[in-house]
Design a protein around this ligand. Structure first.
Ligand code: NAI
Length: 326
């Protein structure tokens, strides 16, 4: 079985080569992203394997289907970049719903701690032999209220981590968990009560720009926003204005609305065309990582193992528990 693998990065190949070899699957690794112009590279392949910023719209699906591609294997959990409805009857679409929810939840806490204890500033200072503490005052997490939006696999782990810090946890979920001791509140109440808000829900029409000019008005002054979910949950320009107005105390972003053409690439030495991103990065109270929350050894191995078993199930015409139906 041949699989065209798009948007390949050096950290992807070892685990996919290992599990591929064990299961007689040949991956053709392409650095380019999948889009209408590159779909032709899948010629001769039964499947394509894509990541979060590949484009799988109707036109791409038609091109892949015309080439004889039968399977679209997402090596990630989110699938907002795929037109699942349109793919129905043309491609079987499978994903990796969970590979290490710990990786993402732990990264969210890493960003939060770095931000509020100014570790990113201290690291640079001491490397320059500047041992002054001026401007590095943080605040305790203990006793603070964290609002968690989305209490699925990652959200729940993040909640447990926060409880370990002695924080009060409130949450909002469209489908609250019935078997939990989580204090669910309406979104507006979460906005007005939270000292910290962390997003762990998928990007849908409903969650698009959940943080915008209007909702920012409802936030507590000085709130810290953490987003390790999907960039478009937040209107980045409104966020920037909220930070400039001192309403938002800090932002920790692993995802960004317009990340597709920037993240995962080395632009050092270049001028970034995206003014909003450049301005956000320049803020002392904004930390941006480039969609890195998933990136642990455990997660990479689980992603490859699950993707390979998804491919095998589809190849054999068997049912696949990780198939996406809409
Ligand atoms: P999950 O499916 O286990 O949980 C998502 C939760 O969001 C569910 O409880 C669901 O009921 C809730 N939800 C759905 N619609 C909602 C709405 N309108 N408002 C509020 N809550 C809503 O997903 P999981 O594994 O916890 O992942 C969460 C998100 O994290 C993914 O959708 C993905 O976008 C993101 N992610 C980011 C990664 C990164 O590297 N930064 C890696 C993996 C996932």
């Amino acid at each position: 079985m041949k699989v065209a693998f798009f948007d390949t990065k050096p950290y992807d190949t070892p685990s996919f080569e290992k599990f591929g070899k064990e299961n007689k699957i040949t991956f053709k690794f392409y650095e380019t992203k999948l889009n209408e112009d590159t779909a032709a590279l899948a010629k001769g392949c039964e499947a394509v394997c894509v990541f979060v910023n590949d484009t799988v719209n109707a036109a791409v699906i038609d091109k892949l289907a015309a080439l004889g591609v039968k399977i679209l294997a997402l090596r990630c959990a989110g699938y907002n970049n795929v037109d699942i409805k349109y793919a129905k009857g043309k491609l079987r679409v499978v994903s990796v719903p969970a590979y290490s929810p710990y990786a993402v939840a732990e990264h969210a806490m890493a960003l939060l701690l770095t931000s509020i204890r100014r570790v990113h500033k201290a690291f640079i200072r001491t490397r320059d032999h500047n041992f002054s503490l001026n401007g590095l005052t943080g605040f305790d997490l203990h006793g603070k209220t964290v609002g968690v939006v989305g209490t699925g696999k990652i959200g729940r782990i993040f909640i447990n981590i926060c409880r370990g810090f002695g924080m009060n946890v409130i949450a909002y979920d469209k489908f609250p968990a019935k078997d939990s001791d989580i204090e669910y509140v309406e979104l507006d109440e979460l906005f007005s009560r939270s000292d910290i808000i962390s997003f762990h829900c998928p990007l849908t029409d409903e969650t698009y720009h959940m943080i915008d000019e209007k909702s920012i008005e409802k936030l507590k002054k000085g709130v810290v926003i953490v987003n390790t979910s999907r960039g478009a949950l937040i209107d980045a320009e409104a966020l920037l204005e909220g930070i400039k107005a001192r309403k938002i105390g800090a932002a920790c972003l692993d995802v960004y609305e317009e990340e597709a053409n920037v993240f995962f690439q080395d632009f050092s030495g270049h001028i970034i065309a995206d003014d909003t991103l450049a301005r956000l990065i320049s803020m002392p109270n904004v930390i941006v990582t480039s969609h890195q929350a998933f990136l642990t050894e455990e997660a990479l191995s689980n992603i490859a193992e699950t993707t390979v078993s998804n491919l095998i199930a589809c190849h054999k015409g068997e049912e696949c528990a990780n198939e996406l139906h809409i």
